[in-house]
Design a protein around this ligand. Structure first.
Ligand code: SF4
Length: 383
């Protein structure tokens, strides 16, 4: 196991304590402390090699063996563990337009900084929470005023993104469900409100920027919805299965599990047909005890790879307010990523051709494993 990648894996799982200076840096990156699915933290690069988003604001992070420290005298920051200084960290700089005004909002209330490579629409909540059917590991929208973001604001914010840098945009995170609760999965209008919003948002972005990659992340809609999104200008997709075993998933994601795994696989495959190879992905959450079993994870990774779908392997982290106990097992996390590397080789998948979340290496270790094994430069270059 590469020792730096192992350190990164541990930082992803445990988060870190931070001093005041570095907590301020975190707040600059996420001024409203938007919780997303819970996966919020400080974006840094460790040892000049690995980009990491380190959770610093959740209660459990205070128990982390790791601490990030700013050294004022030498103007650098580093990671400590048990009194031992490990490696230096660089804090990722927010772009100059991040605090621009977009109508009544700031840019960062429309799009959140997600490291070097992309902006994710700021999370505002999820209707599965409103129906008390939320995923138990998720905290999206918690404690936030549920201000919506209009498609015009999305377009106006996208127009200010610096085109030199080749950023990507992600739209998704939180599901919009029909107001009529009698409309269930299988009804032609089940995804309509969500899709209408996405199509309008994409169309607004395309008014100002014809080429920026747009990654769409949502529960998998129907073929005709995917057609609409592609026609509007979507270039890549993530339909996140999260938990492979349907029985386990029904207890952890009671809302999302109303959509069968077969539908996820069918639509993932359809999305690959629509946008081409290496542009579609699905997240799986690694826990090691309650969520999954190793053999199920390996089956999931292989089945997804076979149909040309990349796997975003996320370690479970104990965010404040989540309802799952325990932490991801670091050895299991590393092992399934090694297995994913083998599957990508076998099925001829190239993770560096993907977009949005799947191209960002801040929350996962698969891209680091690729770079390490293939001796590539470690700094993300967005194509
Ligand atoms: S679908 Fe689940 S993971 Fe996604 S935002 Fe809603 S509750 Fe969170």
């Amino acid at each position: 196991m590469d020792s730096l990648i192992k350190l990164k894996a541990e930082l992803l799982i445990h988060g870190a304590r931070v001093d005041e200076t570095l907590y301020e840096q975190y707040k600059k990156q996420n001024p409203r402390e938007i919780l997303k699915t819970g996966n919020n933290g400080l974006f840094v690069r460790i040892a000049k090699k690995h980009e990491v988003m380190i959770c610093v604001s959740h209660k459990k992070n205070a128990e982390s063996p790791y601490k990030l420290v700013y050294d004022e005298e030498n103007n650098n920051s580093y990671i400590m563990n048990n009194g031992v200084q490990l490696v230096n960290v660089e804090i990722m700089e927010i772009p100059t337009f991040y605090n621009n005004e977009i109508g009544q909002k700031k840019f960062h209330e429309v799009f959140l900084f997600e490291g070097f490579s992309y902006f994710h629409i700021a999370y505002k909540g999820c209707d599965f929470f409103n129906r008390k059917l939320e995923c138990k590991y998720c905290t999206t929208g918690k404690g936030q005023k549920n201000k919506s973001i209009s498609s015009q604001e999305i377009g106006a914010a996208a127009a200010t993104i610096d085109t030199e840098h080749n950023y990507h945009i992600c739209i998704g995170g939180g599901t919009i469900l029909p107001q009529d609760t009698n409309i269930k999965f299988g009804h032609r209008d089940y995804f309509k409100a969500n899709m209408d919003y996405f199509v309008q948002a994409i169309s607004e972005i395309r008014k100002y920027n014809a080429t920026i990659p747009i990654w769409i992340e949502c529960v998998p809609p129907y073929e005709s919805d995917i057609d609409r999104l592609v026609e509007a200008g979507a270039t890549s997709f993530g339909f996140n299965i999260e938990i492979w075993n349907p029985k386990r998933k029904s207890t952890i994601c009671p809302g999302k599990s109303e959509i069968p795994r077969e539908h996820y696989l069918k639509m993932l495959q359809y999305a690959v047909e629509c946008v081409g190879n290496n542009k579609v992905g699905s997240s799986l959450i690694i826990h090691g005890t309650e969520f999954d079993e190793k053999k199920e994870l390996l089956v999931a990774i292989k089945e997804l790879s076979k149909i040309g779908v990349h796997t975003c392997l996320l370690p479970y982290k104990p965010f404040t307010e989540t309802k799952i106990i325990g932490k991801c097992d670091v050895d299991l996390f590393y092992e399934v990523n090694e297995f994913a590397y083998e599957c990508y080789q076998k099925y001829n998948l190239d993770p560096f051709q993907n977009e949005g979340c799947m191209l960002c290496s801040s929350c996962t270790i698969l891209l680091d494993i690729f770079k390490s094994k293939q001796n590539q430069t470690y700094i993300t270059k967005v194509a």
